[in-house]
Design a protein around this ligand. Structure first.
Ligand code: CA
Length: 375
């Protein structure tokens, strides 16, 4: 049989000498037959009941819904063979114990965000987001097609886990402030709820990052315990009522430019599943990954319009402030990557991808958005 190369494949399609079904079957007919037989018969009737813990409060909109949809779609696709009970943070284990719970097997899987596990490995946060890092589109491209997932799998394998991308918030907002930010000096002494690396950057800029759980932020801001807070974007922020107690809503969320969420699985349990159920889990995770970004896009657009109608004072961080915060970020990342070779390996991959992706978006998306502004 004539070997199908990329060139003669397309030529053959155009000439009608290769039919598409033949070409597709030709690529993997043996695998297809094997999978079919290994998952038929008695294995197909075995039912699985799994527990999924999450780092979100119970029934948390969009983020928590992602895990619930995953469970629903897996059940549908498996014809009811795989049932997954989803637990909000604190229902089975506290939110930030999800990693340990799946590692120990107390839960089978989790939905969360890799920057929560920076204490396990500093490399973890590069699979979520870093200040002034990649946006959602670039993160997805790096993770799914650009070598990121292989590194992520290598890291989590050390803990007996398998990670998969599980959604993205898109670019977040910069947060709610009761103080104007006109220069870097305005960060001096600013008490702001700002977790993670963003908090460290704020600290270098003279601010005071404060750790507050979601439920404590409103009162903290109202009573002046904090001067500012970041959260997510218009949809979640308006449900928190921050517009009632803060003067300014700042853009952009330089600290979270495209936060990727994650699913992770107890590796041993995942690998024990029949191949078709493993494929169903991967497909459902990918569907959630896609769904969530679109849900954020739709909800944030809708609620930005509501906040604008309410007369919320939307401001932009001055360019020179962002430039200085970016310099602090680079120093901090430099420090943390020199401490650990694997973190450096991940960051090098991240940075190499970002450099090319930035050049591409500078040439296309940036020019395109600028053209819209001028019209
Ligand atoms: Ca946030």
């Amino acid at each position: 049989m004539k070997k199908i190369t990329r060139k003669n494949f397309f030529k053959g399609l155009a000439l009608g000498t290769i039919s598409l079904p033949f070409a597709i079957r030709g690529c993997g007919s043996d695998n297809f037959a094997q999978n079919k037989s290994s998952t038929s018969g008695i294995l197909n009737s075995k039912k699985y009941q799994w527990k999924c813990v999450t780092t979100w409060p119970p029934n948390f909109p969009v983020l928590g819904e992602g895990a619930i949809l995953f469970s629903k779609w897996v059940k549908e696709m498996s014809g009811g063979r795989m049932e997954i009970k989803v637990f909000g943070g604190g229902e089975l284990v506290p939110s930030l114990e999800a990693f340990d719970a799946v590692q120990s097997g107390a839960a089978d899987m989790a939905h969360g965000c890799a920057y929560y596990w920076a204490g396990k490995s500093k490399a973890a946060q590069f699979f979520a987001t870093v200040p002034f890092g990649m946006n959602a589109q670039q993160m997805n491209a790096w993770i799914i097609n650009g070598g990121g997932l292989e590194l992520w799998e290598e890291l989590y394998a050390n803990f007996g886990l398998i990670p998969m991308p599980g959604g993205n918030t898109g670019v977040q907002m910069g947060g709610w402030f009761n103080r104007e930010i006109n220069s870097l000096a305005d960060f001096k002494g600013l008490k702001m709820r700002m977790p993670g690396l963003g908090g460290k950057v704020l600290e270098r800029a003279g601010g005071a990052p404060v750790l507050l759980a979601g439920g404590e932020i409103y009162t903290g801001l109202e009573r002046g315990i904090i001067d500012a807070t970041e959260w997510i974007g218009p949809f979640h922020d308006s449900s928190m009522g921050f517009h009632e107690i803060a003067k300014y809503y700042y853009s952009p969320g330089w600290h979270e430019p495209g936060t990727m969420l994650e699913f992770f699985f107890n590796k041993e349990r995942f690998e024990e599943l029949p191949e078709d159920l493993q494929a169903i889990m991967r497909t459902a995770a990918m569907r959630v990954n896609h769904w969530m970004l679109l849900e954020f896009e739709q909800k944030n657009a809708e609620y930005l319009s509501k906040l604008t109608e309410l007369g919320v004072d939307i401001r932009y961080f001055p360019q020179e402030v962002l430039a200085e915060l970016k310099l602090y970020t680079e120093t901090i990342i430099e420090e943390l990557t020199t401490e650990d070779p694997f973190t450096k390996k991940v960051y090098d991959s991240y940075l190499a991808f970002r450099k090319k992706a930035s050049a591409w978006s500078e040439l296309t998306e940036k020019v395109f958005y600028n053209s819209l502004q001028n019209s």
